[in-house]
Structure formats: C-alpha cells, structure tokens
Design a protein around this ligand. Structure first.
Ligand code: NAD
Length: 473
C-alpha cells in the first residue's frame, strides 16, 4: 500500500502543512489501496502565492512559447498513458475501454488547446480601438472524481494558453491519477509556479481558493449544489467563474427512429462512465404509440450489459466510485419504485453473483412521469427513466422541463426533423444520432447546469478579459 505524501507547489514536490491522511479505496474490491496526505488552507495560500509570482512572466510569454509548453505537456502526459490508465482502473474502477479513453483524453486536451491557440488572435480592432484579450491572473481549477485527470489537463491547458497561472484542487478521491499527471507535467519543465497542485478537501483547500483575493478566476466542475456555493463565495471579490455542473439530459427518440439504432445509442448514452457522467442521457423520451416495442428491445439489450469487474474486457458498467455513491444510487432506485415507476431491468442491490464492490444493477424504469424524483434529480449512476410522450411538441416540452440544460440527444431517421427539434432544446450541446465528441466546440450548460463554456476558443476566452486601448494608431 502506498502513501502519497506530497503536493506540488512552485515547481517542487513538497510535504503539505495539512496532516490529514485520507484513505484511497479500490471501488471494485472495497480494499484500501493507499493513502494521501491532504493539503489544507495554508497549502492553498502558498500555492496561490507561487502562482501570483509566476503570473507576470507567464502572462508575457508569446503564443509560440505557450504552444511549445502545451506540446511538451502533451508529450509528457502521453508518455505516462499506461500508468494513468492503471491509476484510473485501480482508484476509480472505470471499465477498460473507458479507462483507456480517459487516459488518452487527458493528454489529447493539451494538444487540442495548442491547436486552438495557433489560430487565436489576442488582438483585434473595434472601431478606432485596439482590443487586447488579456489574461485574468491566477486561476483556481477545481475538479471532480469522475474524470479527474481529464479535467486537470483540460482546465490547465486553457488557463495556460490564455496566459494565466494556476492552482489546481483535484478531487481528494483521485490522488493516484493526480500523482501520475503531476509527475508528467513536472517532467514537461514549465517554470516554477506556473501551475500548482494541492490535493485537499473542498471545505478547506477548495474553499480557500474559492475565496482568496489573489485568485481572479475560478473554473469548477462538480455538483450543482457546490457550484452554487462557489458562486456565492466568489461574489465577494467578483471572481470570473466558469461552472460545469450537473445534468439530467434527455434522449429524445422521435417516432420515426429505427429502434435497432436508438436502443443501443440510448444505452450507451445512459450508461457511459458507469452512469457517473454529467452528460449521461438519463431521461429517455419515447413516443407513447411505440412504447411497448421500445421497452421490449431495451429490456433485451440491458440483459446483455455486463456490470462487474472493470478489468474484464466485456464489462461496460463498472462500480460506483464509493460506498456513499452506491448508497445514493440505491436510494434513488428505492424512490423510483415507491413513486410507482415500472422496473423493466435491474433494481436494488448488486448484480447477480457479485458480493463485493460498489456495483449497481444496470437499471431502467419505464412509465416514468417527468415530475417524479428520478426524472428530476441527477442520480449519477446507471439508472435510466423511460418517459412516454404524446407527440413531438410534448417531447420538446418534457425535454426542456428540467432545471438542467447540459446536453441533449435526438434520435431520428430524418435529419431535418431532428435539426428542428434540436434548435428548440435548452441545452449547451445537442447530439443528433451520435455520441461523438467535438473538442473544438464549446461545452457547458444552460440553466442550472452551469455558467460559461469550456473547450475551443470559448474555453480559452473564459480565462481572458477584453481591454480596449484607444488613441493609438
Ligand atoms: P462535488 O461538487 O462534490 O466536488 C467537486 C470538487 O469540488 C471536488 O474537488 C471537491 O473537493 C470540491 N469542493 C467541494 N466543496 C467545495 C467548496 N466549498 N469550495 C471549493 N471546492 C469544493 O462533485 P463530485 O461529487 O466530485 O462530482 C460529481 C458531480 O460533478 C456531479 O454532480 C456531476 O454532474 C458533476 N460533473 C459535472 C461535469 C460538467 O462538465 N458539467 C462533469 C463531470 C461531473
């Protein structure tokens, strides 16, 4: 069993002032696999001070220098792909194909930012003014456990590309992934203080970053409830804030859809990342007239979904990240049954034959009304709700009747019809007959799914402020 003893401040691995030891648990076995010593508010202050010292120099670097840094970081993280994959599997329990994607994604986002930067103009004209896009200052980057390495690298890439320096507060539950990423980024040889990484608790290290007057920008990915508290704290110093929060995404199956395509798509969208995905398509909207047909196909398809050992190549649904998360998902399955939704697959407890690990039975309810708790609240596990609708207008109304607006899916045989529906959906991204990701396109939420956008030009501009200079030729 290993203990992760160090955080990363000012270009060096240092022992934190905080002395709490936090246990790391393999969610597939419930075995304690390590410990991490957590940084506290004082560590966060030291990291912020280092980032503040590094800002004047980094903010003056040229575009070419930053592109070079991002490419070095990309190479360094790519070189550790196998170790990162191991850490993701061990500590988070992602199934093999997902874990591999996550490890590659962490490296890919660095190169994506370098590409965006190549074509990005930091200066433009507006009338007689010269408008300069100026980096905001020290950025606080706070990540969740469900894709920790990818969020560290993605947020850091955008911040550094813009010319900001950074203090990262990763999820305390993802310390092994964080360690691999930190070692890789250290090897990329950036100047001290440009990025700092303090693994610690949200209420201590995270809250300090969220309130500190020397932090100009916060980029947070996590739950809506914590996101709201971040926004409240940030108001005191008027920090610029990007919030990527929860979702309850609709998968709208139009009445002309081919169910041999729609059912596998809905399952993949719903169960991605073992259901622990903010963008999971958890509300499946199905035309009432074809409900029985959809349910039959869905029940047969779910029977083939393997939930279990993440190291088994056939597994697509791994364990929940923790006992707490498992209990939360079980509670929602109970609520669905109590509220009168009809189980067509799965249910409470662990999958058959599984006695240990935080595994959930892949679960699908049908006959769900959109006002039921399981249709309104983010469950963050492999639990899907089929909601019947009368006609397309009704489907659009149900899709938009949610406090969230992160992502939506439309499935139809007719591109024009699907496009017309997509145009009326209140969500930051709408995917038509696909689950593809586009790193150049903005990502983020309408309504209570967040504020601001990540990825591409919009992602870099989230770390910049326009400044107009007048009177110069
Ligand atoms: P969480 O909100 O509990 O924690 C997220 C991060 O915030 C962690 O690092 C945590 O330590 C930190 N934190 C907690 N309290 C804080 C505070 N007061 N000040 C500063 N930081 C604090 O979320 P989680 O349980 O780690 O992740 C799951 C949630 O993340 C889900 O709701 C999911 O929808 C959301 N999520 C959203 C996106 C997106 O892009 N929209 C992506 C992934 C996950």
């Amino acid at each position: 069993m290993r203990t992760i003893e160090h955080i990363y401040i000012d270009g060096a691995f240092v022992t934190p002032h905080g002395d709490e030891l936090f246990e790391l648990v393999n969610p597939a076995t419930e075995q304690v696999i390590g410990r991490v010593r957590l940084g506290d508010a004082q560590d966060a202050r030291l990291a912020i001070a280092a980032a503040k010292r590094a800002f004047p120099t980094h903010s003056q670097t040229s575009k070419g220098e930053r592109i070079d840094m991002l490419k070095r970081m990309h190479e360094a993280v790519s070189a550790r792909e196998d170790e990162l994959f191991e850490a993701i599997t061990e500590e988070y329990g992602a199934p093999i194909s997902r874990g591999r994607w996550m490890a590659r994604h962490a490296a890919a986002v660095l190169l994506d930012a370098a590409r965006v930067l190549e074509d990005y103009a930091f200066e433009r004209r507006a009338g007689s003014a010269r408008v300069v896009m100026q980096p905001l200052g020290v950025a606080g980057l706070i990540t969740p456990w469900n894709s920790n390495a990818g969020f560290i690298c993605g947020k850091l890439a955008a911040a550094l590309a813009a010319g900001c320096t950074a203090v990262i507060k990763p999820s305390e539950m993802s310390a092994m992934q964080t360690r691999v990423v930190t070692e890789a980024l250290h090897a990329a040889g950036l100047p001290p203080g440009v990025f700092n990484i303090v693994t610690g608790r949200g209420e201590t290290a995270g809250a300090e970053i969220g309130a500190h007057p020397d932090v100009a920008k916060l980029s947070f990915t996590g739950s809506t409830v914590v996101g709201k508290s971040i926004l409240r704290n940030a108001a005191e110093t008027l920090k610029r804030v990007t919030l990527e929060l929860g979702g309850k995404s609709p998968m709208i199956i139009l009445d002309d859809a081919d169910f041999d395509i729609a059912v596998p798509l809905a399952l993949e969208a719903g169960f991605m990342n073992s259901g622990q995905a903010c963008i999971a398509g958890t509300r499946i909207l199905v035309p009432q007239a074809r409900l029985r047909e959809f349910e039959d196909k869905m029940a047969r398809a779910v029977a083939d979904v393997q939930a279990g050992d993440p190291r088994d190549a056939r597994t697509t649904v791994g364990p929940m990240v923790s006992r707490k998360q498992w209990e939360r998902v079980q509670r929602y399955i109970g609520i669905g049954i109590e509220e009168g939704a009809r189980l067509i697959a799965g249910g409470a407890g662990r999958p058959d034959g599984v006695s240990a690990g935080w595994f959930v039975r892949p679960t699908v309810f049908s006959g769900v009304r959109n006002d039921m708790t399981i249709a309104r609240e983010e469950i963050f596990g492999p639990v899907l709700s089929i909601i019947p609708y009368r006609d397309t207008e009704d489907a659009i109304a149900i899709a938009n009747d949610t406090p969230y607006g992160l992502q939506a899916y439309v499935c139809s045989a007719d591109q024009a019809r699907a496009g017309a529906v997509a145009s009326r959906i209140e969500a930051g991204r709408v995917l038509v007959n696909t689950l593809a990701h586009e790193p150049a396109a903005p990502f983020g939420g309408f309504k209570q799914s967040g504020i601001g956008r990540e990825y591409g030009v919009f992602g870099i501009e989230a770390f910049l402020e326009p400044k107009s200079v007048l009177g110069l030729a």
